[in-house]
Design a protein around this ligand. Structure first.
Ligand code: SAM
Length: 241
């Protein structure tokens, strides 16, 4: 079973939104499992502190490597990557989420305060992942985003897995526009082609819209889409860089 273990100072935040809707049902049905480890349980002092002032001075507090090491070493890694959520990490992509979803699960380390003693990253072979170019107060929401992106790709979790392949990023493009009833909304009609019943034409229109939207909004993705070629597009895999 795909298993996520979260190392955090705030275990009470979990499962939080990960227990809603199809993800929650998937967990209840045994498609995936979630456990938390409270880093504070590995504190070596009566105050339960896990941090200290930064070497060299400066603002804030830094999480201690020895305490994090004890927390990490308490977890059975079972072939799972150890990922620390950090703003300086590799940007999270759909390709990374898909690769992770095909493995045994992951162990997520959530930072707090000013950050984490640098030595732990090499000492425990930690991969760093960022969920965007902004700074959160802690890694918990980032860990939830990472876990959710993986879990919804697990077999049996989503009701309609066929829709997964057409989503934003899956083929290297952003998604085409979606419509439903009513046929007209405040003077805006559903495009005729979508009501034509001609599946070939609909597919062509969607493909063109996906390309137009990607070119306009994410020229970086569009360029990569053309540079990577059809093999990656078909396999939905992480690009080799
Ligand atoms: N001083 C750090 C820096 O400038 O990079 C930011 C520390 S932040 C206040 C505290 C924690 O939030 C980080 O250790 C990390 O775990 C998490 N975090 C903040 N922004 C994040 C992001 N964009 N992606 C992933 N994790 C993030």
């Amino acid at each position: 079973m795909w298993r996520a273990t979260v190392l955090t100072l705030f275990p009470e935040l979990f499962p939080g939104p990960l227990d809603a809707s199809v993800l929650g049902r998937g967990r209840a049905e045994g498609s995936w499992a979630l456990e938390t480890v409270n880093i504070r349980d590995f504190s070596d002092n009566k105050y339960g502190s896990v941090d200290d002032t930064p070497a060299g001075g400066g603002a804030g507090l830094v999480m201690r490597a020895d305490i994090l090491a004890a927390a990490i070493d308490s977890v059975d890694r079972a072939g799972r990557p150890l990922i620390c959520l950090t703003p300086r990490g590799a940007p999270l992509t759909q390709g990374r989420a898909r690769t992770l979803s095909e493995g045994a699960g992951l162990i997520a380390l959530c930072g707090r305060f000013e950050g984490i003693d640098e030595r732990i990253f090499e000492a425990r072979g930690i991969e760093e992942v960022s969920i965007g170019d902004f700074v959160l107060a802690g890694g918990e929401i980032a860990a939830m985003a990472l876990i959710e992106a993986c879990v919804r790709l697990l077999p049996g979790v989503l009701g309609s897995p066929s829709s997964l392949g057409e989503e934003s990023f899956e083929g290297g493009l952003l998604e085409y526009p979606q419509y439903t009833r009513p046929r007209e909304f405040e003077g805006r009609a559903v495009p005729d082609v979508l009501l034509s019943g001609d599946h070939q034409k609909i597919a062509e229109w969607r493909r063109k819209m996906a390309e137009d939207i990607t070119r306009a909004r994410r020229p970086d993705l569009f360029e990569r889409f053309h540079a990577d070629g059809p093999i990656r597009r078909e396999n939905n895999k992480e690009p080799k860089r």
